[in-house]
Design a binder for this molecule. Structure first.
Ligand code: FES
Length: 100
């Protein structure tokens, strides 16, 4: 069984919803959880494209090691598993397509 460290899980306030946008769509998560956790729970698993072949990539380690969860936040590429969810975040997926 996988368990969160007690001090980490205790910070998630499940009665408090936090709204943010991902690729222009409004979604919500729980206060205190990571951006990656909120995205996964909402069904957004494709967070970025692989730069080599544009294959879909998404969160893997959830502890800041693999960089599979990269997204764009306020013009910066960040690891979504290391970002605490905040109201009003405007997040976009990281794409390397024809226009990226
Ligand atoms: S999921 Fe591995 S760095 Fe975020």
């Amino acid at each position: 069984m996988i368990r969160l460290a007690p001090d980490q899980s205790a910070q998630i306030r499940r009665t408090e919803k936090v709204e943010f946008t991902f690729d222009g769509t409004a979604i919500w998560g729980h206060a205190g959880e990571s951006l990656a956790a909120a995205l996964i729970r909402s069904g957004r698993l494709h967070l970025r494209d692989a730069p080599e072949d544009a294959d879909p990539r998404g969160a893997f380690c959830l502890m800041g090691l693999c960089q599979e969860c990269l997204v764009v936040l306020e013009g910066q590429t960040v690891e979504s598993c290391r970002i605490e969810l905040q109201p009003g975040l405007d997040v976009t997926s990281l794409r390397y397509g024809a226009d990226g």
